[in-house]
Design a protein around this ligand. Structure first.
Ligand SMILES: [Zn+2]
Length: 205
């Protein structure tokens, strides 16, 4: 099953996938840690992996706290890994006025691809919002991070963002969404969308 845990304030939405593995996607900032942990405890006492759709602080700020609380490694796309590891300017933590604490144990998603497949999770590399952006397929759900929202698309003007890549990523997501018969678009911010998100996106790119 998949559970949507709403972001508070500027925090990203978080998603909890409970299958052969328990996966927390985009835990958000540290200000939401206690609250999110309580929510998670209603569904599971273990988290195997924390997956970040990309390195931005509003999605990854509490990685280090959840890493410690659940003894779970953090997973991210290969090109966003060095930015998260070094908490550099690509994480945009300065936009939020904080010094970011990075998690300690970070893996590139292709290292655990087979394990994720056994838990019905596949990933798609979707650069454009950041260079290492990821989207995730779980059954008829597509987790899109800040690549695609219900009624818009992510910014492409932040460090390593690129509008041409964003457009290509949304086009490849659309192809995947049709072939996997996706019903729900689960974005990093705002409400859950459906396949109309792709038509809406054409107004912005
Ligand atoms: Zn972002």
């Amino acid at each position: 099953m998949i559970v949507r845990l709403n972001g508070i304030g500027y925090d990203s939405n978080s998603y909890l996938i409970i299958d052969k593995l328990s996966i927390l996607v985009d835990p958000g900032t540290s200000s939401n840690f206690e609250n999110l942990r309580q929510e998670i405890s209603k569904y599971t006492s273990k988290i195997d992996y924390i997956i970040n759709t990309h390195c931005h602080y509003d999605h990854t700020g509490s990685d280090y706290l959840f890493e410690e609380a659940y003894n779970a490694p953090v997973i991210i796309g290969s090109k966003d890994l060095p930015h998260l590891k070094n908490a550099d300017n690509v994480t945009v933590s300065r936009l939020f006025g904080v010094d970011m604490i990075p998690p300690k144990n970070i893996l590139v998603i292709n290292e655990v691809e087979e394990q994720l497949k056994e838990a019905n999770i596949e990933y798609i590399e979707t650069p454009g919002h950041t260079e290492g952006g990821l989207s995730l397929v779980y059954k008829d759900n597509l987790i899109t991070g800040d690549t695609l929202f219900a009624y818009g698309v992510g910014r492409h003007d932040l460090p390593t963002g690129n509008i041409a890549e964003l457009r290509d990523s949304i086009n490849s997501l659309e192809r995947v969404a049709y072939s996997k018969k996706i019903v729900n678009i689960l974005p990093g911010h705002g409400e859950t969308g459906d396949m109309s998100a792709f038509a809406n996106a054409t107004m912005f790119i």
